[in-house]
Design a protein around this ligand. Structure first.
Ligand SMILES: NC(=O)c1ccc[n+]([C@@H]2O[C@H](COP(=O)([O-])OP(=O)(O)OC[C@H]3O[C@@H](n4cnc5c(N)ncnc54)[C@H](OP(=O)(O)O)[C@@H]3O)[C@@H](O)[C@H]2O)c1
Length: 315
């Protein structure tokens, strides 16, 4: 079994590297290859084909994507749509040409319909338009599910996808403008602490999110790779009861970083989608014993990592 990981140098890819290389959580005899954009620009079919031909993977974990938080998505819908459509089409076709029997791609709970009932489950991906803030990313990601069904129909390949909620952990993108909410909050608290200024949370603090630690997600990816045989996607998420408001997440960051200054909310900034509460019932039917790292422990580890690696962290 030869596993090729696209996007192997990002937040989720680095968590997988940690489990495979440092924790020995891969299976005996497996060979793992982690790609970055330097190995191949996956927006280019020839480069994609060449890297798949070189490694001849039997299995693929497809993480590479143009990724960003609310504010980057709002600015670059066209780029999110085009770049991700190209990357996904190239990777799935090159994997098929190379004879890979299984591909696990990565969707996101932010691609679900904006107007919906809760909790969201795996059957609802195509039920209506996504939130307008990130329609480019959302439609590109939704099309992976179409690709997967069609590869199964035509070639019998198990090309499937997981649907995580907001991921966080070491090696995240801590850029305040472009990154996701939690790494952005961590970086802002770090700067407020250093400069003695207030910590300003963007938006009202009222929207709600489920957060998953990158190491928990990586562990679940290994299970999907080895055991999950459906083409239909599966939501990987903490429970509905673990959903937090942005204010609660900001308070937890303040506590983890030991920040004692003023906390303000800038309500002139957009809130994005109010919530996207996802159900993990399907996952727990398969994995009733799975234990998530408690949010506060995972957050503390992430904050400590950011502080210790400030100079080299993506920001
Ligand atoms: N972060 C979240 O909260 C979240 C939530 C749900 C789903 N997801 C999904 O999870 C997956 C991984 O996300 P992440 O947060 O780990 O992303 P990330 O940290 O931004 O990493 C992106 C990865 O993709 C690679 N990449 C980007 N453009 C590429 C291109 N044109 N050619 C080749 N490689 C390219 C990057 O390579 P370089 O390092 O060389 O730039 C990097 O390894 C994505 O599919 C994302 O949509 C993420």
């Amino acid at each position: 079994m030869k596993v090729l990981v696209t996007g192997g140098t990002g937040l989720v890819g680095m968590a997988l590297q940690h489990l495979v290389k440092e924790k020995n959580e891969a299976k005996e005899g497996e060979e793992w290859i982690f790609l970055s954009s330097k190995d191949a620009n996956l927006m280019n079919m020839e480069e994609t084909r060449a890297v798949f031909k070189k490694h001849q993977p039997t299995h693929v974990i497809h993480l590479a994507a143009m990724v960003g938080g609310l504010f980057r998505n709002m600015k670059y819908n066209l780029d999110f749509w085009r770049n991700n459509v190209y990357i996904n089409d190239n990777v799935l076709e090159a994997a098929h040409e190379a004879g890979a029997v299984k591909v696990v791609s990565c969707l996101s709970t932010c691609i679900f319909p904006d107007k919906t009932t809760y909790p969201i489950d795996e059957t609802m991906i195509h039920n209506g338009p996504p939130h307008e803030s990130n329609f480019g990313y959302s439609y590109a990601k939704r099309m992976i599910d179409i690709h997967n069904r069609a590869y199964y129909q035509k070639h019998g390949r198990i090309f499937t996808a997981v649907i995580p909620t907001n991921v966080f952990g070491p090696h995240d993108n801590f850029n305040i403008e472009d990154g996701h909410v939690l790494p952005g909050l961590i970086h802002k608290v770090y700067l407020a602490q250093k400069e003695g200024t207030p910590f300003v949370v963007w938006g009202s603090g009222k929207p709600r999110r489920q957060f998953i630690y990158s190491y928990d997600l990586a562990r679940l990816f290994l299970w999907v790779l080895h055991e999950y045989s459906e083409v239909d996607p599966i939501i990987l998420s903490v429970g509905e009861e673990d959903e937090l408001s942005i204010k609660e997440a900001a308070d937890a960051v303040v506590q983890a970083m030991g920040f004692e200054g003023e906390v303000k909310f800038d309500t002139t900034k957009s809130d994005g989608q109010f919530k996207k509460t996802a159900s993990n019932s399907k996952m727990f039917r398969y994995l009733p014993e799975f234990k998530f790292t408690p949010f506060k422990d995972a957050l503390k580890e992430t904050c400590d990592w950011f502080v210790a690696n400030y100079d080299t962290a993506r920001k």
